[in-house]
Ligand binder design. Structure first.
Ligand SMILES: *Cc1c(COP(=O)(O)O)cnc(C)c1O
Length: 494
C-alpha cells in the first residue's frame, strides 16, 4: 500500500503508457533467418497499436511497484466478513499447479485421467462426510450457482411429485445473502421474506404462519449472516418437512461449524458449500470458485452433471444422474479449485478441520469482546465465525458514517471490513478475523477500531476525507460508476 521510499522514484506512480519511450524493448527476439511467410490479410493490420514500450528493468519495476501498492491477505489482516477471506496454505496452490493436474486436458478419456478423477471422487466422499449428506456434485462454479442448482433440484423433485403447480413460494430470511432471494426468483418462485427476531434468529412464528401447501422450500443460512447459530433448527426442519417443503441450506459459513455439526444431521435436504471460502482457494478477485451441492438420497437423481462415480472394477468416471437438472457449465467444474480443496482437507485431516472452526469462532469472539462498548452491537451475544457491529452511535453523535470508519481503517494499516451487510443492521460493520490470525493481530485490529471510534468524536473531518495514506484517496463513487475512465488516453489526443 505504501508508495516508494522518500527520495526514490515511484515506478507505480504513472501508467506503463506514460513511462513508454520509443524503441525500448523488454525482450529482444533474434531476427528470423529463414523464409518469410506473408500474413494472409496483412492489410488488416493497424500501423500502430500504441503499446507501451518499456525496457525489461522498467517493466519489472513497474509491476513490482504496482504489486506493492496492493493490500492482500499476504500483506496483513483482512477482516472482510461473510467472505472468509482467509490465508490459504501455499502448498495447496503448489499441488494444484503440478503439471499432471494443471495440464490435463478436460476431454481426455477417463482411463487417462484416473489420478485427477480419484481426487474428485475422494473430495466428493469427504464433502459428504463433512456435510452429513450422502450425495454430492462438484459441478457448480460458485456459491450462487450451487444455490441455483439446489433450487432447480427441488423444482424437479416437486415436479415428479406432481406438486410444482401449487408450490410456488420460497421463504427466505431477511438476513440472507442477496444471492438467496435472487436464486429463488431466477428459478421462477415468489420470495416471501422472513423477518429476523430480536435475538437475531429466524422468526419462528412467521415461519409457522407462512408454511402451507404453497411453499416449495425454505432457504436457511447456518450460522446466519449475523454470525449467529439458529437455535432449534432441527424443529424448524421438522415443521418444514411436515408441511411438505424442502429445507435448503446456504453453507457459505461452514468454516464456523466444520467438523462439529453436519447439515444432514440437522435436517437439511440440500446445501451448497463455497470451497473458495472454506476450503482454501484465494478469492475476492471474482473467481474461479467452486460451489458443490450435497443432498439427501431423495434428491440425488436431480444433481447437476457431471457427478464423479466409481465403477465396480475400480474405474473412476463421470456420469449424469437419471433426472439431472443438466449441466451448469462446460466440462467438470473448476478442477483446480477442487484439487486445492482436496489438498487442504487431506493436509488438515478430520482433527485439523475441527480445529479450524474452533479457532475461527474463538477469534471472532475475541474481537467481539475487545471492541465491545466502543461500537453498537445490535445482537449482543456470543457469535460463531463473525461479528456484526454497527456505526449507528458514531453517525448519530458525530455525523461519521460506517463508510468513513471503513476508509479510515486503511490509514491504520488494515483492509476494511464488509460494510452495509447484512441489510438488517444499520451502518453494519461485519468483521471476520478467521482462524489464521494470531491474538496479537486481532488485538491490533481492535486497537485501530477503538482509536477510530475516538477519532470520530475528536476529529470527524479526518474520517470524512479518509483514506489519506493510500496511493489513491477517496473516489467519487457516483462519478466512477457513471463516467468511468477505462482506457488510457494519449496526451496528444491521437
Ligand atoms: C458468498 C456467499 C454466497 C454466494 O457465494 P458466491 O460463491 O460468491 O457465489 C451466498 N451466501 C452467503 C451467505 C455468502 O457468504
Amino acid at each position: 500500500m505504501s508508495a516508494a521510499r522518500p527520495g526514490a522514484e515511484d515506478f507505480g506512480a504513472q501508467l506503463s503508457f506514460d513511462r513508454s519511450a520509443p524503441g525500448r524493448r523488454a525482450v529482444d527476439v533474434p531476427a528470423w533467418g529463414g523464409e518469410e511467410t506473408p500474413l494472409p490479410n496483412a492489410h488488416l493490420l493497424r500501423d500502430s497499436v500504441r503499446l507501451p514500450e518499456l525496457s525489461q528493468g522498467g517493466l519489472v519495476r513497474y509491476y513490482t511497484a504496482l504489486s506493492a501498492r496492493n493490500y492482500g491477505i499476504d500483506s496483513g489482516t483482512y477482516p472482510l466478513g461473510s467472505c472468509t477471506m482467509k490465508y490459504n496454505p501455499k502448498v495447496d496452490d503448489l499441488v494444484a499447479s503440478l503439471p499432471g493436474f494443471a495440464t490435463a486436458h478436460p476431454q481426455a478419456p477417463a482411463e487417462e485421467a484416473q489420478g485427477t478423477l480419484r481426487i474428485l471422487l475422494e473430495l466428493r466422499r469427504g464433502l459428504a462426510e463433512v456435510t452429513g449428506l450422502p450425495e454430492v456434485s462438484l459441478a457448480p462454479a460458485a456459491g450462487a450457482q450451487g444455490e441455483l442448482a439446489g433450487v432447480l433440484m427441488i423444482t424437479r423433485a416437486l415436479e415428479d411429485r406432481g406438486d410444482l403447480e401449487t408450490r410456488r413460494r420460497i421463504l427466505v430470511p431477511d438476513s440472507a445473502h442477496g444471492t438467496n432471494p435472487a436464486t429463488a426468483a431466477m428459478a421462477g418462485f415468489t420470495v416471501t421474506q422472513i423477518p429476523t427476531a430480536a435475538d437475531g434468529s429466524l422468526d419462528r412464528a412467521t415461519i409457522e404462519r407462512e408454511l402451507d401447501e404453497t411453499v416449495a422450500a425454505v432457504m436457511v443460512t447456518i450460522p446466519n449472516t449475523l454470525g449467529l447459530w439458529e437455535q432449534g433448527i432441527e424443529e424448524v426442519a421438522d415443521l418444514i418437512h411436515d408441511a411438505g417443503a424442502y429445507l435448503y441450506g446456504d453453507g457459505a459459513n461452514l468454516n464456523a461449524i466444520m467438523g462439529r455439526v453436519r447439515y444432514g444431521d440437522l435436517g437439511f435436504d440440500v446445501v451448497h458449500l463455497n470451497l473458495h471460502k472454506s476450503f482454501s482457494t484465494p478469492h475476492g478477485g471474482g473467481g474461479p470458485g467452486a460451489g458443490p451441492v450435497a443432498c439427501t438420497e431423495e434428491l440425488a437423481p436431480y444433481l447437476p452433471a457431471p457427478v464423479v462415480v466409481e465403477d465396480g472394477d475400480g474405474l473412476v468416471r463421470f456420469e449424469t444422474p437419471e433426472r439431472s437438472i443438466g449441466r451448469l457449465q462446460q466440462f467438470h467444474g473448476n478442477v483446480g479449485v477442487l484439487i486445492r480443496a482436496y489438498a487442504y482437507m487431506r493436509a488438515l485431516g478430520a482433527e485439523g478441520l475441527r480445529a479450524v472452526s474452533g479457532q475461527a469462532v474463538l477469534n471472532a469472539n475475541y474481537l467481539r469482546v475487545l471492541m465491545h462498548g466502543h461500537y453498537d452491537l445490535p445482537y449482543d451475544r456470543p457469535v460463531l465465525h463473525e461479528v456484526v457491529f454497527s456505526g449507528t452511535r458514531q453517525r448519530r453523535e458525530h455525523g461519521v458514517r460506517t463508510y468513513d470508519i471503513a476508509k479510515r481503517l486503511i490509514d491504520h494499516g488494515f483492509h476494511p471490513p464488509t460494510v452495509y451487510f447484512p441489510l438488517i443492521v444499520e451502518e453494519a460493520l461485519m468483521m471476520e478475523p478467521t482462524e489464521t490470525e494470531p491474538p496479537e493481530a486481532i488485538e491490533a485490529l481492535a486497537e485501530a477500531m477503538i482509536a477510530i471510534a475516538a477519532e470520530s468524536a475528536e476529529d470527524p473531518e479526518t474520517l470524512h476525507g479518509a483514506p489519506w495514506t493510500a496511493p489513491i484517496g477517496r473516489l467519487d463513487e457516483a462519478e466512477a460508476a457513471r463516467r468511468p475512465v477505462l482506457r488510457w488516453q494519449p496526451a496528444d489526443g491521437e
